[in-house]
Structure formats: structure tokens, C-alpha cells
Unconditional design. Structure first.
Length: 176
């Protein structure tokens, strides 16, 4: 996993092909998702505003070393809030799904968070019908805590956080 610093995130936004050339990686076999690019353009503004905290806002490349290729991405959706809650997002390119790479990427980031002791709770959202993502989160130690429209929300408490917040995460599922 490689966190893109500001120049690399800017290069990703400008021309993804150039990013992978710059990083010495083979070109991934993926279509660039416009919504994802837009989200990272917004994240880039946060990176520019707080460069010392770029890893909370940037795109993390999931690298398959055997192919020297990015096979997906991971991100935090901002710094942990005052209760120590942070949201994650992730995606693995379709040719590599179902092989454990997503679970490995999310689990490694949870290990990183435990070591950093900067988050008390990690949350993630899945679509109602995305069973593979739901299974990934279960394998990575997340539990379902809320259903909201077409979304299912998951969380994982981080045991190494010095002060677990007493409030901040609803526990009752919304009625569907």
C-alpha cells in the first residue's frame, strides 16, 4: 500500500497513466471512475490545506508486487472526528476481486490504525446488495450497526485507542 503524497495525488487527478509511469508500476487494467476522481479532487483540496495530514485524505494505492501494479485503492474519508471516528473507503479492480486482496488491504490499514492510536472506531458503508464487500468487512472484524436506505453501515472498534468515546456511534438499526 502506498499513500499518494500531494504531487502524486495531483498527477493521479491530471493523468493516471503518468502517475503509474512515475511510480515505476505497470498500467492497471481499469476504467477511471469519474465519481471517484471527483471525490479525490475534493480530497486533494484537503491535502493542500493540511499537508501534514495528507494520509487521512489521499488515495492509497493497493499494489500487487508480483505484477508491479496497482489493483485498487483505499482511503480514509478525513481525519478522525472528536470522538475518534473515521470512515474508510476501498475498491479492488474486478479482475482481482474474490482473491483476498481487499481483505488484506483493509486488515493492513486496521493494523496501521491500531499502531497509530489515532482512531477509536472505524466505519464503512456498503450498498445493500454488495455482498462481497459486506463479507470483506466481516472478515476484517467489522460488525453491522445500521441500515439506512440502500446502505448498510459497519464499524470496528480499535482496542488500542487510549480513551474509547462513550458516545458518537448510533447502535440501533434504522427501519427499512
Amino acid at each position: 500500500m502506498i499513500a499518494l503524497d500531494e504531487p502524486h495525488l495531483a498527477l493521479y487527478l491530471k493523468e493516471e497513466t503518468l502517475l503509474y509511469l512515475e511510480m515505476g508500476l505497470n498500467q492497471p487494467r481499469r476504467q477511471t471512475d469519474k465519481a471517484l476522481k471527483y471525490a479525490f479532487s475534493q480530497a486533494h483540496k484537503a491535502v493542500l490545506n493540511a499537508p501534514e495530514q495528507y494520509f487521512w485524505h489521499t488515495r492509497w494505492e493497493v499494489i500487487l508486487k508480483a505484477l508491479d501494479m496497482s489493483i485498487g485503492e483505499f482511503c480514509f474519508k478525513g481525519v478522525p472526528d472528536k470522538n475518534g471516528i473515521v470512515e474508510i473507503g476501498y475498491g479492488i479492480d474486478s479482475p482481482f476481486q474474490g482473491m483476498g486482496y481487499g481483505t488484506e488491504a483493509v486488515s493492513r490499514m486496521m493494523d496501521w490504525l491500531m499502531a497509530s492510536k489515532e482512531a477509536a472506531i472505524v466505519k464503512a458503508e456498503t450498498e445493500w446488495d454488495n455482498l462481497s464487500s459486506q463479507a470483506l468487512l466481516k472478515r476484517a472484524g467489522f460488525v453491522k450497526y445500521r441500515i439506512d436506505g440502500d446502505s448498510i453501515w459497519w464499524r470496528r472498534r480499535m482496542p488500542s485507542f487510549p480513551h474509547m468515546p462513550a458516545a458518537g456511534m448510533p447502535t440501533r438499526a434504522a427501519k427499512r
